[in-house]
Design a protein around this ligand. Structure first.
Ligand SMILES: NC(=O)c1ccc[n+]([C@@H]2O[C@H](COP(=O)([O-])OP(=O)(O)OC[C@H]3O[C@@H](n4cnc5c(N)ncnc54)[C@H](OP(=O)(O)O)[C@@H]3O)[C@@H](O)[C@H]2O)c1
Length: 174
């Protein structure tokens, strides 16, 4: 099992739009499986995220993670959270619950940056993947508002994606 963070980032360095949405949602090519996520998810069996990233899924048109077990870090289980979502306020306990369920598949650490930093600081983040989008958004949240800027990265691979985005995969130094 590898824990792999993967985020889309605008060409001017923001991981949200000014109004707080992940920037890929305003890309005309955005849709199920876009931005290389279909290939990425082939080895994944679980999604791990913070409560801020999770809450919009409760009112979305479709459930974003139909093929993954979902684990959410947050202080209070939001009303309407499906019973099969594992929710915990303690990052170590949540990880233990995830590991106990794990069948050997990887974990998509969706974010946001606060949750990525939580698991990076625990020394369990294996990979950090960025999808650089081919447009600017002009403002929003930066990765290093929460993620430690001293995070060590080692280049592993890159590939161009349909629509002009570029995927970059790094290993995270422990
Ligand atoms: N660009 C992308 O691909 C992408 C991907 C994912 C998310 N995003 C964006 O990221 C933004 C959210 O990022 P974020 O960093 O603010 O929030 P987040 O990581 O999604 O969630 C933060 C929440 O997680 C819980 N949490 C995190 N670390 C914790 C710890 N050590 N102990 C206990 N609880 C902890 C807390 O929940 P409680 O407040 O409930 O205690 C905290 O408020 C959203 O705007 C989303 O759109 C972008």
């Amino acid at each position: 099992m590898q824990i792999m963070a993967r985020l889309c980032i605008s060409a001017d360095g923001y991981i949200t739009t000014p109004d707080g949405w992940p920037p890929q949602v305003i890309d005309p090519t955005h849709g199920p499986g876009s931005h290389g996520i279909a290939e990425f998810l082939r080895t994944c069996e679980a999604a791990l995220m913070g409560s801020t990233t999770f809450v919009p899924a409760l009112t979305a048109d479709r459930w974003p993670w139909p093929d993954l077990r979902v684990y959410v870090l947050g202080s209070e289980r939001p009303a309407g959270t499906p019973d099969d979502v594992t929710f915990d306020s303690d990052p170590v306990r949540l990880l233990e619950r995830l590991k106990a369920d794990n069948q050997g598949g990887d974990v998509h650490l969706i974010g946001g940056p606060a949750t990525i930093e939580t698991y990076r600081a625990l020394g369990v983040l294996d990979k950090f993947e960025l999808v650089v989008l081919p447009f600017f958004v002009g403002g929003g949240m930066r990765l290093t508002d929460s993620l430690n800027p001293e995070t060590g990265l080692e280049f592993e691979s890159s590939r161009p994606l349909p629509g002009g985005s570029v995927e970059i995969v790094y290993r995270v130094r422990r």
